[in-house]
Design a protein around this ligand. Structure first.
Ligand code: PEP
Length: 270
């Protein structure tokens, strides 16, 4: 039987960087550097104020638009917040939820993230749910328990029929934006296996085999290939390197090449 080929992702999280001119330039450089390759889903997540202008630039291309956050209400008196409907209106397909910077710098709880996940999926957005341990948690062997908790609480009461719109990003907090501490490909593979296992317990083995798990944490052109060839690593969520079109495109090419290899291997095994 042909092994399951999961959707591969390369997602650029621009965080609170760029201005309008830079956002325009960066999006255009990414679109110009892409061909019509369909193996890998490529997404740009600019800051809210630049979603519309990036959306115009990528229109008709293979690049999708994503947001970095949302507020879990359709509309209302929520000053400064942005609803799922507004994101859809701007052409967003994806939304990143539970990013460690929102968990740790802005104090978002698992329960609040869970609310956002359910509302986003119900609205028709595809959710990239971020999970990952701090350095302290890793050092004290709490990684597995932490991933278990973030998945259990973050995905509580998510209907099974909305799982098609979900992917997970494993982002060890200690590896994000950190040139000194990198997750090794083996550490990423091991954590992805823990995530897939827990996902299987929650939603069944078939869902565990089809859910895509991206890795995030200082992915660069020189380490992307080694990560992508690991079992269960289905792409990457990129922060710093996504602000440089050449680096981002090099990572996209690494994902395409790995995806091609996996398809050839699956064809041979079938
Ligand atoms: C991120 O912001 O999700 C991220 C992984 O950042 P970086 O690639 O800079 O570590």
């Amino acid at each position: 039987m042909r092994p399951a080929i999961r959707q591969k992702y390369v997602v650029g999280n621009w965080k609170m960087y760029t201005n309008a001119a830079e956002a325009r330039r960066l999006a255009k450089a990414v679109v110009d550097g892409m061909n019509m390759e369909e193996r890998v889903s490529v997404t740009l997540c600019p800051p809210f104020p630049y979603l519309a202008l990036v959306g115009e630039i990528i229109e008709g291309s293979r690049v999708a638009l994503g947001a970095q956050n949302l507020y879990p209400e359709k509309e209302g008196a929520f000053t400064g917040e942005v609803s799922p409907t507004m994101l859809l209106d701007l052409g967003c397909k994806y939304v990143i939820l539970g990013h460690s910077e929102r968990r740790h710098k802005l104090g978002e709880s698992d329960a609040f993230i869970n609310q956002k996940v359910k509302v986003a999926l119900a609205a028709g957005l595809d959710v990239i749910l971020c999970v990952g341990e701090t350095l302290e948690q890793r050092k004290t062997n709490q990684t597995e328990a932490l991933l278990d908790r973030q998945l259990t609480l973050g995905l509580a009461d998510v209907p099974a029929d909305s799982l098609m719109g979900l992917s997970i990003a494993y982002e060890p907090v200690w590896a994000i934006g950190n040139l000194e501490h990198h997750a090794t490909p083996q550490q990423a593979q091991d954590a992805h296996a823990v995530i897939r296992h827990r996902f299987g317990e929650m939603f069944g083995e078939k869902s565990a085999q089809t859910i895509s798990v991206q890795y995030g944490g200082s992915v660069k052109p020189d380490n992307a290939g080694a990560l992508f060839c690991r079992d269960g690593v289905d792409g990457a969520l990129i922060g710093g390197a996504s602000l440089h079109a050449d680096q981002f495109l090099a990572i996209v090419r690494a994902a395409i090449s790995m995806s091609q290899t996996q398809e050839n291997t699956a064809d041979t095994a079938a």
